[in-house]
Each structure stands twice: as structure tokens, then as C-alpha cells.
Design a protein around this ligand. Structure first.
Ligand code: 13P
Length: 257
């Protein structure tokens, strides 16, 4: 696959002011980057409108969640058309924190993937096994179930606009454990196999990003996997002093490829 997707989920971090400062600097840094590196940022809702006005199309702008209905009595929710109205490029769906704390399930996520595609917003679908799945040796089965339900009835044409983020739940966040390179590559190969099973050869076109304790020490190793098409980073990308060296390493990696 030609492109590498490199992006960050800010989770519930950064004020509007902090977000604007970050984005201004990232834009500067991105000016001379390799065209094969597609950057994206996923700020909290409150920053989206203002950042949209300040950003060009070189960095994709994403939202952290959305409802599947366009409007209705769903207090506290944001709809696909609301995101479309402010020019959002992509939407993160099914992050493990949303599954864990807000009971998001695969069936509802399938509705969200359809709703995003209908509005021409790129869904970034997050999947990942829990620690207990890994310990019981059913990680692959867990990933297959999530993919098969979340992508149910998505056509082979539509699937070309979907991004998948593989994020093992046990590897995410401050309490997470770094996954070994071999393990990550094996799971990405499995995900590709399932995508090919569902979508035939179109399954080759779906970028699969890795996330969970990505840092400067493991980023390039992860990217050497044949089916690792990008990185989805939390903590190591929130501070540009940490993120910039990772981006520089990726730049070098792309030049050598
Ligand atoms: P960390 O990189 O902080 O583990 O977070 C990853 C993540 O949750 C991206 O969505």
C-alpha cells in the first residue's frame, strides 16, 4: 500500500487554545513531509469548527464519535450531518474507551459505519481484543467477530473508504503494556485475511493502522509489518516535542522504502 496514515486521538485533552497552538505547529512541520504520509488529528468536539477554519486539506480532521441518526431526541449526541456541516473528514468509531465506558457495541457501530459512509465521512473503525481474550487464546476470533459485525452489509465499493485501527485494549493508555512487534504483525495479517474473506480483493485496499502505546522506540518496527499501514497514537503525539522525532523517523523510513 502506498500511503501510511499517521494520526492522533486527543481523547479528552487540550483546550481550544492548546489545540490551535498544536495545529499551527503541526502544519508547519507537515509542510515538507513525504506525500505518502497522510497525517490526521482527532480533537474533542469543542475544537473542531475552529480548527477546520484554520486547517487546509493536508491534515485530515476527525471527530471522536457520532450518532448514526441525522437528528432526533438523543441528548448529548452529535449527528453525521452536523459533522458534515463543519467539514469533518473522518470519524473515529468504536474506540475501546467508548466500548468500555459507554457500552458501545458492534451492532450500533455497524449503523455508525453506514451513516458515516452515507455522508462521505471516512469511518476510522477501532477494533481490539481484551486482555482476557488474549490470555484465553481467542484474540483472532474476537477480532473476526468485531470486523464481521461492524462491517456487515458494507459494499465492496464502500469499503475502499474505510480505515481500520487495530488497538489491543491491553496495550492502550497509561496502564497499557507495549505489544511485541511479532504479535502486532500477526494480528494485522489476521485482520487482512478476514477483510479479504469478506470483501475479496478489495480487502487489499483497506488501510489497517496500529494503536496502543506507540512511541519512538517501537513505531518503525511496527511499520515494517506488511499489513501495518499506519499508526494511531495517543500519549506520544500529544506533545509535539515527542511527536516530531517520530514523524522524522517515519519520513526516513519512507525514503528508504
Ligand atoms: P496511547 O498511544 O496513549 O496508548 O493511546 C492510543 C489510543 O488510544 C489511540 O486511539
Amino acid at each position: 500500500m502506498e500511503k501510511l496514515y499517521i494520526g492522533t486521538n486527543w481523547k479528552m485533552h487540550k483546550s481550544i487554545k492548546e489545540g490551535r497552538e498544536y495545529t499551527q505547529k503541526l502544519k508547519e512541520m507537515a509542510r515538507n513531509k513525504n506525500e505518502r504520509m497522510q497525517l490526521f488529528i482527532i480533537p474533542p468536539y469543542t475544537s473542531l469548527s475552529i480548527l477546520r477554519e484554520e486547517m487546509d486539506s493536508s491534515i485530515l480532521l476527525g471527530a471522536q464519535n457520532m450518532h448514526w441518526e441525522d437528528e432526533g431526541p438523543f441528548t448529548g449526541e452529535i449527528s453525521p450531518s452536523m459533522l458534515k456541516e463543519i467539514g469533518i473528514d473522518l470519524v473515529e468509531l468504536g474506540h475501546s474507551e467508548r466500548r468500555q465506558y459507554y457500552n458501545e457495541n458492534n451492532v450500533d457501530l455497524n449503523k455508525k459505519v453506514h451513516a458515516a459512509l452515507d455522508k462521505e465521512i471516512i469511518p476510522l473503525l477501532c477494533i481490539g481484543e481484551k486482555l482476557e481474550d488474549k490470555e484465553l487464546g481467542v484474540s483472532e476470533e474476537s477480532l473476526s467477530v468485531q470486523l464481521k459485525i461492524c462491517l456487515n452489509n458494507i459494499s465492496t465499493t464502500q469499503i475502499k473508504n474505510v480505515l481500520i485501527a487495530y488497538e489491543p485494549v491491553w496495550a492502550i493508555g497509561a496502564g497499557g503494556t507495549e505489544a511485541s512487534t511479532n504479535y502486532v504483525h500477526k494480528m494485522h495479517d489476521h485482520i487482512r485475511k478476514v477483510l479479504l474473506e469478506i470483501f475479496g480483493d478489495n480487502g487489499y485496499d483497506i488501510p489497517i493502522l496500529f494503536g496502543g502505546s506507540v512511541n519512538r522506540g517501537n513505531a518503525i518496527e511496527y511499520l515494517t509489518g506488511q499489513n501495518v499501514n499506519g499508526l494511531f497514537i495517543g500519549r506520544s503525539a500529544w506533545d509535539l516535542e515527542k511527536f516530531e522525532p517520530i514523524l522524522n523517523d517515519i519520513e526516513q523510513f519512507l525514503q528508504q522504502k
